[in-house]
Design a protein around this ligand. Structure first.
Ligand code: ADP
Ligand code: MG
Length: 381
């Protein structure tokens, strides 16, 4: 039977960054009480929650006390220690379930799960020693990418290997203990599909997103993706198949590479709202954050119909280098929406906010969002 959590229930959130902030806004707007847990104070999510709890994920009594007061717990990111999730599961309902987080926390487990389920992925090998690295490179062939298996995000813990001669130095500077070597894919485009699945197995996919990265960090998302209907359908099918095989209750973002010839390879999974889905706040009938609430609460999923072509541009901390960005200059542009995450310190590469532009075509939406970001780069007098 579907266990429903209706408005008025208390939802707990592990993690307190921008994804949690936008989740909290959606959930509170729908009448839920939101409590967030993380090791930090005055966080992006905490600023919009009913209650912000500050304690370490390893602090068992704090974690259990937090979970005891909740009807339901969910996550804004997957890198929460397994033990923490188990403590919570003993006290309240946890969605998505801990087995899904366990898979998504580690790139090797994720790739093993995907290839075991018959989902196409880039050739990869597990690497635990210098000799395994040499063998893996022989089998996979350069160029290849060496990644830490755990705790990587926004390109952290990744290294491109062009030539076998570099191996000695690369092994000394390896980005972690457990590693994965993947073939560097010569892709035509990067795409992502966000799928929601309810406890009763119903699913809804958002329109396929086209993603442009800069220095391994998402820079621009544009929707609709400029791909054929056939590719849109295969992308959505892949996402639905993965969600089904995982037994997901919640939201799952599936990052993919589109190769010349139309082949899709799955790159990465994120069982939560995703940066490439931020445009849905204004551009889609239901935002990814509202859909997350609906899916984990056992409510009917909302329509994922696109309202207007949309483009999203991330705002990284580097933007603040010359001084305070020109907010008014950017907001003069028609169809432009500003989101700032309430972070105090604009460090380089740190995601501080994003812009979304809606327009009559994807190209015009990209043009507007880039023009707005350029306006921001001119500091106010
Ligand atoms: N095997 C690969 N081939 C080509 N590009 C890759 C590959 N793996 C990662 N990249 C590039 O690096 C970006 C970030 O890598 P990803 O595996 O998604 O890690 P994360 O997003 O967790 O940092 C990808 O979106 C892509 O642009
Ligand atoms: Mg990624």
């Amino acid at each position: 039977m579907t266990r429903r959590y209706l408005p008025g229930a208390t939802i707990g959130l592990m993690g307190s960054g921008q994804l949690g902030r936008m989740f909290s806004i959606a959930a509170r707007r729908m009448g839920y009480r939101v409590e967030v847990f993380s090791p930090e104070k005055d966080t992006p999510a905490g600023q919009f929650a009913d209650r912000e709890v500050t304690a370490a994920y390893e602090n068992e009594s704090a974690v259990r006390d937090f979970a005891k007061g909740l009807d339901l717990l969910t996550f804004e990111f997957e890198n929460i220690p397994r033990q923490t999730i188990e403590w919570c599961s003993a006290e309240c309902e946890v969605r998505p379930g801990s087995s899904i987080l366990h898979i998504a926390q580690n790139r090797l487990r994720e790739k093993d799960f995907l290839s075991g389920a018959g989902i196409p992925v880039a050739p990869y090998r597990a690497v635990h020693s210098a000799s395994e690295l040499a063998t893996a490179l022989e089998e996979i062939k350069a160029p290849a990418i060496l990644k830490s298996a755990a705790f990587g995000y926004d390109g952290k813990g990744q290294r491109l290997i062009d030539r076998a001669e570099e191996l000695g130095e690369i092994w000394r500077e390896r980005p972690g203990d457990e590693l994965i070597l993947e073939r560097a894919i010569d892709f035509e485009k990067e795409l992502s599909v966000i799928v929601a699945r309810g406890q009763d197995g119903t699913m809804a996919t958002f329109p396929v997103c086209e993603n442009l990265h800069r220095n391994h960090i998402l820079d621009i998302t544009v929707v609709p993706a400029r791909v054929s209907v056939k590719i849109e359908e295969s992308g959505a099918d892949l996402a639905r198949t993965i969600a089904e095989k995982m037994g997901l209750v919640g939201l799952l973002a599936v990052e993919m590479f589109l190769q010349a010839g139309g082949n899709l390879l799955v790159n990465e999974l994120a069982p939560r709202p995703h940066n490439s889905g931020h445009w849905t706040i204004e551009g889609c009938a239901t935002s990814q954050f509202e859909q997350h609430v609906r899916a984990v609460c056992g409510l009917p999923l909302g329509s994922t119909e696109i309202l207007r072509p949309s483009a999203m541009a991330n705002l990284l901390g580097d933007l603040w280098d010359p001084g305070e960005p020109d907010w008014a200059g950017a907001l003069e542009i028609e169809g432009l929406h500003l989101h700032l995450y309430g972070k105090k310190h604009p460090r380089p590469r740190r995601k501080m906010g994003h812009l979304t532009a809606l327009a009559s075509t994807p190209e015009k939406a990209i043009e507007a969002v880039l023009r707005a970001r350029e306006a921001l780069e001119r500091p106010t007098e």
